[in-house]
Write a protein that binds this ligand. Structure first.
Ligand code: HMG
Ligand code: MG
Length: 306
């Protein structure tokens, strides 16, 4: 397997992970998580979402989270923004990096944003325009790239259409989301092969949920195809409240362990990351879903103050 010599990990646990938690998570815990992650060598930590608090009450404290964290040098803290109201709030809270999030499936666009794919692009256009004018970095997400719980198969042509549209709006990078974690290696290879003639593969990231246990192998397949950015979450937390059956992201420590053992640099200190996962698991009162964290933590008591 031909892997890149270095990859970038975008840690999405504080956003994708916590948005799906059933119990209200105290703001201080969110801040504690981000600050601990900031000391692990990660350079991108998706911190929260400026979405409608009616839709995602768990992240209603987005401004307080951004105000409370200690920004580490060299670390960026992107936030999700669906519309201009979200952009206003994010800018007022001091965000310097944002992400808009579309879908390759009509059904999920309706569920997640309450509008069609076409209308979502209209909603994002002024957000991306204003943000880029103000020097804010903008990322785009495409959800349901490997299948949709309502629609079933999602044609690659539909993934391509919205990926291109997000680049045309001005997104610097587009992250391909297997929101419900159903994709297989062959599917990821095929998807990237079909996208490659139309978009710059080095501007793509992958965001592959681990629902069917395929997150790691699928992410490695994407790396082999030329992608060098992957989204993961500490402890394997994650899931979208509007995607039935969606569970955690690929765990950051599972990816870091695999890459470290294969000579691929991530800049992330596995020990520090595991200490953070142990702390989080203790706070949430349940073991992490990460295989690596479970294996390592079974051999030692959790560190309570990483
Ligand atoms: P809507 O209800 O159709 O919008 O929601 P609206 O314009 O009718 O507004 C309704 C109310 O919300 C109004 O308040 C607005 O002011 C307010 P009211 O006047 O009734 O009191 N509102 C807002 N408040 C704060 N911040 C805002 C905002 N916008 C409206 N930004 C909307 C439309 C897009 C807002 C809604 O559908 C929404 O917030 N959706 C977000 C859903 C979400 O966060 N999903 C999870 C993230 S995506 C994901 O997890 C997938 C990903 O991980 C990739 C993958 O795995 O594939 C990224
Ligand atoms: Mg996700």
């Amino acid at each position: 397997m031909q892997l890149p010599s270095r990859v970038t990990i975008v840690e999405v646990g504080p956003r994708d992970g916590l948005q799906n938690e059933p119990e209200t998570i105290p703001t201080a815990l969110k801040i504690g998580l981000i600050d601990r992650l900031s000391r692990t060598g990660l350079t991108m930590i998706e911190a929260t979402s400026f979405v409608s608090p009616r839709w995602v009450p768990q992240l209603a404290d987005a401004a307080d989270v951004l105000a409370g964290i200690t920004r580490a040098p060299g670390v960026r803290y992107p936030v999700l923004v669906p519309n201009e109201r979200g952009l206003d709030r994010a800018l007022a809270a001091g965000a310097r990096d944002i992400a808009v999030f579309g879908s390759a499936s009509e059904a999920f666009s309706q569920r997640n944003l309450g509008c069609s794919i076409e209308d979502s692009l209209e909603m994002f256009a002024p957000v991306v325009r204003r943000a880029t004018t103000e020097g804010i970095d903008v990322r785009g997400y495409v959800s349901m790239v490997c299948g949709c719980p309502d629609q079933g198969d999602v044609p690659v042509a539909d993934v391509l259409r919205i990926t291109v549209a997000l680049f045309e709006l001005g997104c610097r990078e587009v992250s391909l989301g297997d929101t419900i974690g159903v994709g297989t290696v062959g599917q990821v290879q095929d998807l990237l092969e079909q996208l490659a003639p139309h978009v710059l593969v080095d501007r793509l990231a992958v965001h592959l949920h681990d629902t069917y246990g395929q997150g790691l192998v699928n992410t490695l397949a994407a790396f082999e195809a030329g992608v060098t950015v992957a989204d993961t979450s500490a402890g394997g937390l994650g899931g979208c409240p509007f995607a039935p059956g969606a569970t955690g992201n690929l765990a950051t420590e599972d990816l870091v362990y695999a890459l470290e053992g294969s000579g691929v640099a991530t800049g992330v200190d596995l020990e520090d990351l595991l200490a953070t996962t142990a702390w989080l698991s203790d706070e949430l009162g349940r073991p992490p879903s990460s295989r690596v964290a479970r294996a390592v933590l079974a051999r030692r008591p959790p560190e309570r103050d990483a």
